[in-house]
Design a protein around this ligand. Structure first.
Ligand code: B12
Ligand code: SF4
Ligand code: SF4
Length: 291
């Protein structure tokens, strides 16, 4: 990429690169015949790598949560201050197809087979997309890393439950892609049923503004107490008006319904009942209620 290419043009070409990978990668196909795609066309936005929100995450999430500068420096074996002055973060949302969402709606205790496949095979695709984007960017002569794929990525536990040192949803929030919700899921313009990913680079990219008024603006419960539909959807009783109990949720998924790994032939199972048959499933319900 030559120096006279505008950041907006670079951004558009990266967005198209991600869309093309979603369209053409065989990894974005369900493993069973006629299963169709795992994900629909993505949402892609950008954040300034030195946005102060990344430092705030050290108090909101955990002191070990990495800033993009720390994450790229560790991946390159450099010190954070020796990296270029400007860093960017690319964040994407991979919406789950209507076929899979619809298959999960009648489920009451365990996820449908396509939902379980989306957790297992869909995340393999998401990993391949992260690797692909790092390659595309480094081939152009820039630094790039997908923190989630680095050996330093880790998940841990605190008194509220599981967390990690690179939370993809908090990265998506920084890039203005949506907000959190009563069920904890991240509600975008394409709803809550999705998976997300990110890459940090020194490529100059224009940051998208965060337009949400609060970190919960896309959830009807926090806007006007109009909705509580995710509460009865949760078979573990993990969602209440006080929010999402990550410990109960994790215990249900990994202990109580662990048998579905064998049933569906996957190594990691999901649940996600709270992300289907709800008004935020495939759109921003707050935008919808304004029209
Ligand atoms: C650990 C983990 C879990 C744990 C804990 C989840 C959690 N809430 O953190 C458990 C096992 C319970 C879990 C369950 C599920 N997971 Co999970 N999980 C992760 C993982 C590996 C790390 C998450 C993390 O670091 N969390 C950090 C903690 C601190 O986040 P938090 O508690 O939600 O944060 C709250 C506070 O920060 C608060 N907050 C308070 N003040 C402020 C102020 C500001 C300014 C902001 C921004 C926020 C904020 O807002 C947040 C929401 O309440 C990520 C992958 C990744 N690397 O990101 C996937 C991930 C979060 N999981 C995902 C999914 C899809 C699921 C499941 C649906 C399972 C499935 N696949 O079927 C369920 C859904 C549970 C739910 N109701 O949300 C997706 C989420 C996509 C989405 N639609 O939101 C992710 C991002 C994976 C991916 N690559 O797409 N998961
Ligand atoms: S179902 Fe309703 S209350 Fe629950 S997260 Fe979605 S909009 Fe918020
Ligand atoms: S909160 Fe956890 S256990 Fe409850 S429906 Fe959502 S993913 Fe399943």
């Amino acid at each position: 990429m030559t120096a006279d290419v505008k950041p907006e043009e670079t951004a558009a070409s990266l967005q198209e690169e991600i869309r093309a990978f979603v369209r053409h990668s065989p990894l974005n196909l369900m493993p069973d015949s006629n299963g169709g795609s795992i994900f629909d066309q993505p949402l892609v936005q950008f954040a300034d790598g030195d946005d102060s929100i990344f430092t705030e995450y050290k108090s909101i999430i955990d002191p070990t949560h990495l800033t993009p500068r720390e994450a790229l420096a560790m991946a390159c074996g450099k010190s954070p201050e020796n990296l270029p002055a400007h860093l960017s973060v690319i964040s994407w949302i991979l919406p789950i197809t209507s076929k899979t969402r619809e298959s999960n709606r009648p489920q009451k205790d365990i996820p449908s087979r396509p939902w379980a496949y989306t957790r297992w095979y869909g995340e393999k695709f998401n990993e391949a997309l992260r690797k692909h984007m790092v390659e595309v960017i480094t081939d152009k002569g820039y630094l790039a890393t997908a923190p989630f794929l680095q050996t330093y990525f880790k998940t841990m536990e605190n008194e509220k439950g599981s967390l990690s040192n690179w939370s993809e949803r908090h990265i998506a929030y920084a890039a203005g892609l949506g907000t959190f919700s009563l069920s904890d899921g991240f509600i975008t313009e394409r709803g809550i049923a999705h998976r997300c990913g990110s890459v940090v680079t020194d490529m100059p990219l224009p940051a998208n503004p965060r337009t949400a008024e609060t970190p919960y603006s896309n959830c009807l419960f926090y806007v006007n107490k109009e909705c509580r539909d995710c509460i009865p959807r949760c078979p573990a009783g993990a969602i209440t008006e006080q929010g999402h109990d990550k410990i109960k949720c994790r215990k249900y998924m990994y202990d109580e319904i662990a048998y579905i790994k064998q049933k569906y032939g996957v190594d990691v199972q999901g649940c996600g009942l709270c992300q289907t048959k709800v008004p935020c499933e495939f759109r921003n319900p707050v935008e919808k209620s304004k029209v």
